[in-house]
Design a protein around this ligand. Structure first.
Ligand code: ZN
Length: 235
């Protein structure tokens, strides 16, 4: 049985439910890393930027172009273009890197650093490395210092078209979500979902199992019809 053959005469919801019961394959609407990169309005990273953003290197102190920057505007992610920090939250800590006492709401994610002591900060949208955050130093009332590499950011002037575009991207991203649904035929279900209003992207793969990146055979499903599209992405 191939679900693609049933799409013409069976409502999609029924097809999906049947597929869940029979096979448990999944279809995911998601914004994977490849899609994020292809959507980025930013130019490709140069070697220095890639070392910092992708491989967590640190630029030398006092070497970045933003540590003394005081113009009004917004600092955006060098990799994905999302707004990160406002110039209103920037202060001179004297440390040699741009310092902010808070981020724009939801823009930055904190993760334990690999050194086991510090807290790393990354772009909440693309995961690009920004720097580290420190608390309890008493620089400002917020008592927080985001120590950010200039190479991880780009600056857009207050009121500029580039600043408006950055916040429009943020708003568009906030309005999207990921849904995981089940279907029996990768190709047919993916095609059907991509045609639904509001769906940005549909990506096929397996979910819910215990084997990382399983092959079709490892899913334990022995059927002749199988996924209609080879090379589907494991989730
Ligand atoms: Zn980013």
């Amino acid at each position: 049985m191939k679900f693609s053959a049933h799409f013409k005469d069976v409502p999609l919801l029924v097809v999906t439910i049947i597929a869940v019961l029979l096979l448990g394959f999944t279809l995911t609407k998601t914004r994977n890393a490849e899609a994020l990169m292809s959507e980025s309005p930013m130019p490709p990273l140069n070697k220095q930027e890639a070392a910092v953003i992708l491989h967590k290197a640190t630029e030398p102190p006092y070497s970045g172009k933003y540590h003394r920057q005081g113009e009004p505007g917004t600092y955006i992610c060098r990799q994905c273009g999302m707004p990160l920090y406002s110039s209103e939250d920037k202060f001179d800590s004297g440390c040699g890197w741009p310092s902010f006492d808070t981020e724009l709401p939801g823009a930055v994610k904190r993760v334990p650093d690999a050194d086991g002591q510090r807290t790393e900060i990354v772009c909440a949208h693309c995961g690009g490395h920004l720097g580290h955050v420190f608390e309890g130093e008493g620089f400002t009332e917020k008592d927080t210092r985001h120590c950010v590499n200039s190479l991880s950011m780009a600056f857009v002037d207050k009121g500029s078209e580039a600043e408006r575009d950055a916040f429009a991207r943020r708003q568009a991203a906030d309005m999207t979500a990921t849904a995981i649904v089940a279907g029996g035929c990768f190709w047919g279900v993916e095609d059907a979902f991509e045609k639904l209003p509001g769906v940005i992207e549909a990506v096929s793969g397996y979910t819910g199992g215990s084997v990382p990146s399983p092959t079709y055979k490892q899913t334990g499903v022995q059927r002749d019809d199988g996924p209609c599209r080879s090379g589907a992405h494991p989730l």
